[in-house]
Design a protein around this ligand. Structure first.
Ligand code: PLP
Length: 401
């Protein structure tokens, strides 16, 4: 193999040096081997039973008997793969059933699925807008949205996080007659706060912009029955492009968009991740379909998640932690610099609380944090224990008194 001495080599070395340095100090917490998911609230990590505070399985649906059964039956019926792209190799009944279920759950006419949430954002944004158009994105939107905007070739405008005045200024900047798409997360994945949805809808309507909302962290989380942000604000039918993932509350893998029939028909014939990439495996499609049904059949899960989130956020605030503006199950515990975040994580993990640090460049320098999540699988006493461990760790490091 050839030896290189160039910018690619430097990049590879720089990242490897950072990882090696953290590993030497026992401060590398990523990619840890999990051998058992114990009902969602606990996991077996490196042979240690730990409380799980880094999961997106918000309603504790991983391993749910109805969902597992649906997946197993799909394997029996269809096998494990999809033998190619749906447009050419044929669309399985389970895919159509899943898309109908999603459309109904999201109060939309139709839906389309892709093999991941990441691919969904990339392909949908870059199919809808292109050169000569405008795409406007919140500064804290998920990387998959940012990548979709950049890939599209449209003029990419960003606005200050959750600042609707800044969004309006951006909309005013755009020449009239241009096609424009506004994209935002419903719940922000690093901060847990909720987008100023009513104002955003009003601005999009006033300025004639399409509205795309990524509901990765709001399905199962927001709204009385967990249907997401439109239900939360009682504003049905206000999002043009309802994007979501099947990998968080829904314990499967994949992504989707729900919307008007014409939009979905267009995406089915124009979006490259649909036309040039294989469909979801049948077991994952069946699991996802069953999970949407379980959310509606077991409404106590959404209620319990709300109670648990409230207990976790208010408890950490009482301990003196800065949790930014979170209102949801994603709870940032601000530590400041990266080393403090690593030290708090290390102390918490030594006491069997599995939380993860998020450091720059994923978040701005100085805002390194634990990004802790709580789910409907946790019991109140478990949350109390996790909070006491985080508090002791914070105290030891001088973050709180
Ligand atoms: C807001 C948001 N959108 C999209 C994605 C990508 O979803 P997936 O993991 O299904 O690719 C994520 C994943 O973390 C996310 O947080």
């Amino acid at each position: 193999m050839a030896e290189f001495d160039d910018a690619i080599t430097e990049r590879i070395q720089a990242m490897n040096n950072r990882v090696d340095g953290l590993q030497k100090l026992d401060l590398y917490f990523y990619n840890q081997p999990i051998t058992e998911l114990r009902g969602g609230a606990r996991v077996l990590v490196n042979n240690r039973d730990m409380g799980m505070y880094a999961s997106y399985s918000y309603l504790g649906l991983v391993g749910h008997p109805k969902i597992n059964k649906a997946a197993l039956e799909a394997v029996e019926k269809y096998g494990t793969g999809t033998h190619g792209v749906r447009s050419l190799a044929g669309s399985l009944t389970i895919h159509d059933e899943l898309e109908e279920t999603i459309a109904e759950f999201k109060g939309a006419e139709s839906a389309i699925t892709y093999s991941s949430g990441y691919a969904t954002n990339l392909t949908v944004i870059s199919t809808l807008v292109g050169r000569g158009d405008y795409v406007i994105s919140d500064k804290l939107n998920h990387a998959s949205i940012v990548d979709g905007c950049m890939m599209s070739g449209a003029k990419f405008l960003r606005f200050r996080h959750n600042d609707m005045q800044a969004l309006e200024q951006r909309l005013q900047q755009i020449p009239s007659g241009s096609a424009k798409l506004v994209v935002a997360d419903s719940v922000f994945s690093m901060d847990g706060d909720v987008i100023e949805f009513p104002k955003m809808v009003e601005l999009c309507q006033r300025y004639g912009a399409w509205l795309m909302i990524d509901e990765a962290h709001s399905v199962g989380v927001l709204g009385k029955t967990g249907r997401g942000i439109e239900e939360h604000f009682n504003m049905p039918g206000t999002i043009d492009i309802k994007m979501g993932t099947l990998s968080k509350t829904i314990p499967s893998v994949g992504g989707y968009v729900a919307g008007k029939k014409e939009l979905i028909k267009y995406l089915r014939h124009a979006s490259r991740a649909y036309i040039f990439s294989a469909a979801l495996p049948p077991a994952q499609a069946a699991a996802a379909k069953a999970a949407f049904e379980v959310i509606l059949e077991e409404p106590w899960r959404v209620e319990k998640l709300n109670r648990n989130s409230h207990q976790f956020i208010s408890g950490l605030k009482e301990c003196g932690f800065d949790t930014l503006h979170t209102e949801t199950a994603i709870v940032p515990v601000i530590c400041g610099d990266d080393n403090t975040a690593f030290a708090v994580t290390q102390a918490a993990q030594h006491k069997d609380v599995f939380v993860l640090p998020v450091v720059s460049p994923a978040v701005p320098p100085g805002l390194a944090r634990l990004r802790a999540t709580v789910t409907a699988a946790h019991e109140p006493h478990e949350i109390d224990y996790a909070m006491s461990v985080i508090y002791e760790a914070g105290k030891q490091i001088g973050l709180v008194n």
